[in-house]
Design a binder for this molecule. Sequence first.
Ligand code: FMN
Length: 170
Amino acid sequence: MTFRELAIQRISVRGYRPDPVPDKILQEILDTAHMAPSAANRQPWHVVVIRDELRRRAVYSAYPRDWLLTAPVLLVVCVEPSAAWVRSEDQWNAAEGDGAIFMTHLILAAAEHGLGTCWIAAFSPRRLREVLQLPSHIVPLAITPLGYPADSGRPKQRKPLDAIVHREQW
Ligand SMILES: Cc1cc2nc3c(=O)[nH]c(=O)nc-3n(C[C@H](O)[C@H](O)[C@H](O)COP(=O)(O)O)c2cc1C
């Protein structure tokens, strides 16, 4: 599959089959995500892997959508701003950008294996911190379910390319 085919094929999946995700595939997806670039190569990311039913229910309490529980695995991508590169002129911290690149690699790597994901940001960070007992210097960035799709997703809807591409000047 070409990168273009992979990018077109990947969609947000909001319903999963109960089939387990083999450890070897999960490991490969995590390792591929870890190949992502990061500012000054600081790699300020962490990922919490959750398979246990009770733990999945605890994460559900931070994002109570029934389809979330259909997935056999939940991944929570977190960042550590104190470990990230900071631009000196304006103190801009690269952690969230780095975490988003990690997450992008992760969802595309999953799609390469025929696995579905859905980038979730609309969770309660307070509740998620509590149930995962995250240390105070760790910021939860995104949750994604991981599993074999039961849902064929929604057709991709994108703005016309001309509406976002500015040639030579804005
Ligand atoms: C930063 C970010 C946050 C998102 N948060 C949610 C979310 O909380 N819940 C959800 O169902 N989908 C969420 N999505 C998925 C988007 O709705 C989805 O990517 C978009 O509609 C495009 O559809 P596609 O992923 O199928 O191409 C999020 C996506 C991104 C990139």
